[in-house]
Design a protein around this ligand. Structure first.
Ligand code: FES
Length: 573
């Protein structure tokens, strides 16, 4: 138990005009006097929005968190923050991740809160809220909204996102009718929750559980399962205790916790977006983490979880098979099992009785789905600051390959020419896309797994090497080199590649090499000029002025670090 004065009492413990004001206006919601008596005030930071379909049920979950908070003697106050809906926001939610994190940070800092529950779901709603909360460093617990139930149509399992690419290609090639296409569309999203594959949202749910920020087993419980609401209720109880124990985020988000998350991301076949968000969160909480840590710690580990896009099943099967606690147990010799989690116990204690109920979905360590499945970090004259590839989602025969570059100067150029019958391209070529990095697009969209030329698809070929400074949807697959840094928009070597250049991808040697002499690259650079800025005012201007490279988590330079706790700001009365 902490004897530290409650932060909220600075607002509610005053008996002059300030305290009167703070209590009186809140009482218009029917709160009795004893809510202000010094009990922990819990902020329920809600990313609910009808524009974020994956989070549309979070108001319901918030009510369950409140039950737990009241029951444990706390005072819950729910507040909205910017919600980043992956499927509707343009140009890309990643453009707004840092803005949302600032909303979270300042909403917490400015209000009479002692502890925080983050309600998250869709891809960016998890990292943005964790980043913001990490900069304040109060006791904080995450309740994620849970995945959708399995999609299924015409006897075929439909995974969110992953099957979207396949179905769209089948329609383009005339292999399915428009009616089939619409039917798949309806069947894919059949319940509350986020994408059902091991896409970015599921990866983020696994990440926060691996980091110790959720109650055990939280990642995989389907949104529609009543146990999701029970989890929310229990989380409400627990956050009150965390305030009493002063168990702040920095006690949980330690270097060993990040190492655990990197290793577990390899074992579950998590999204490549994991890298950029982990780097940003580490920067906020002051943990020294670099791009190379992801390769060094994760790349040799096996893929144990058989979920799309790397495998066959969906989050519902992962939950039924035992979820992340089983994976933690399976990987225990590689993990820091003494890492503390929000329930005050270690991973070792939390997973001691975990049992795998389906070895096809969660494989044992001695029979993995794939060996060496973690993300690989590539370097070379094409990516001096690094690039990443997800070998578990790539074609094995392309992991060591030299080919001719076919260059698209930006996404518009790509759209204009990709299906042109006159495009000179063969399956052994390497497709290069520029201007899709953090500053270039702007916002670093998930276009790195761009479609192959129609003339290649018609040959029955479904994968080619693609290289860009963009990201890839966690639900996607292919031999796709991503996050090339420095990005083309700031004059990284990617900007200098021309159609016809030879490029070698050698994942085994972690190399990405452009076969162009240094002298020729210098000559090309002299002729290169940056494009005009995308904006001269507003948030996008702020973003362009301050966003760092993908290798730094694409956070804003001025947001790295925290506020040194949660200092109480001056009053306004
Ligand atoms: Fe929200 Fe996939 S679109 S999680």
């Amino acid at each position: 138990m902490t004897t530290k004065p409650r932060r909220s009492q600075t607002w509610f413990g005053d008996f002059g005009t300030l305290g009167f004001t703070h209590r009186s206006w809140l009482k218009n919601q029917g709160y009795p006097d004893d809510m202000f008596d010094g009990r922990p005030v819990i902020g329920i930071c809600n990313t609910w929005s009808e524009l974020t379909p994956c989070n549309a049920h979070l108001r319901v979950l918030a009510e369950y968190v409140k039950r737990g908070v009241y029951e444990a003697g706390g005072f819950p106050l729910e507040f909205p923050v910017m919600s980043l809906g992956e499927v509707l926001m343009r140009p890309t939610t990643m453009l707004f991740r840092n803005l949302a994190s600032m909303d979270v940070e300042e909403s917490i800092r400015a209000n009479p809160l002692d502890g925080i529950v983050l309600l998250t779901g869709c891809d960016k709603t998890t990292p943005s809220t964790v980043m913001g909360a990490a900069s304040v460093n109060l006791p904080t617990l995450v309740v994620n909204g849970g995945p959708m139930l399995d999609g299924s149509s015409r006897g075929r399992m439909i995974g969110s996102g992953t099957d979207l690419w396949r179905i769209t290609d089948e329609l383009r090639l005339g292999q399915i009718s428009l009616d089939d296409y619409h039917d798949y569309e309806s069947c894919m999203s059949r319940s509350d929750g986020h994408c059902s594959t091991m896409g970015t949202a599921s990866t983020m749910a696994v990440m926060v559980e691996a980091l110790g920020l959720t109650l055990p087993g939280a990642a995989a419980i389907p949104a529609a399962d009543s146990r999701r609401r029970r989890l929310a209720w229990l989380s409400g109880r627990r956050i009150v205790q965390m305030v009493e124990e002063d168990l702040t985020l920095s006690h949980i988000l330690t270097r060993p916790a990040f190492e655990n998350a990197i290793k577990l991301n390899a074992a579950v076949g998590g999204s490549s977006n994991f890298v950029i968000h982990m780097l940003a969160i580490a920067g906020r909480i002051g943990v020294d983490l670099s791009l190379d840590d992801f390769d060094r710690l994760g790349s040799e580990l096996p893929l144990l979880v058989n979920l799309m896009p790397s495998g066959e099943y969906l989050m519902e099967e992962f939950f039924e098979a035992g979820g992340l606690p089983v994976v933690i147990q399976a990987l225990r010799e590689h993990l820091h099992m003494d890492a503390l989690t929000v329930n005050g116990k270690t991973h070792a204690e939390n997973t001691a009785s975990a049992q795998a109920w389906n070895h096809e979905v969660i494989r044992p360590l001695d029979n993995p789905l794939k060996e060496h499945a973690g993300l690989a970090v590539l370097r070379g004259n094409l990516a001096p600051n690094g690039a990443i590839i997800k070998p578990s989602a790539a074609s094995t025969h392309l992991l060591e390959h030299t080919g001719r570059a076919i260059v698209f100067e930006d996404y518009d150029d790509y759209h204009a020419r990709i299906d042109d019958p006159a495009l000179d391209v063969s399956a052994s070529d390497i497709l290069v896309l520029k201007q899709v990095g953090p500053k270039g697009y702007p916002g670093m969209p998930e276009v790195g797994n761009f479609h192959l030329p129609k003339k290649i698809l018609e040959q029955g070929i479904t994968d080619m090497i693609r290289i860009s400074d963009g990201r890839m949807s966690g639900t996607a697959f292919g031999t796709v080199v991503l996050h090339v840094a420095p990005e083309s928009a700031v004059g990284g070597p990617l900007a200098l590649v021309q159609t016809g250049d030879q490029i070698t991808l050698d994942v085994g040697n972690r190399s990405l090499h452009l076969h162009v002499s240094d002298d020729e690259l210098v000559r090309r650079r002299e002729g290169w000029t940056p494009r005009p800025a995308h904006a001269e005012r507003g948030y996008v201007k702020l973003y362009l002025d301050h966003v760092m490279g993908a290798d730094k988590g694409a956070d804003f330079d001025f947001l790295v670090g925290g506020s040194g706790g949660a200092p109480i700001l001056k009053g306004n009365h």
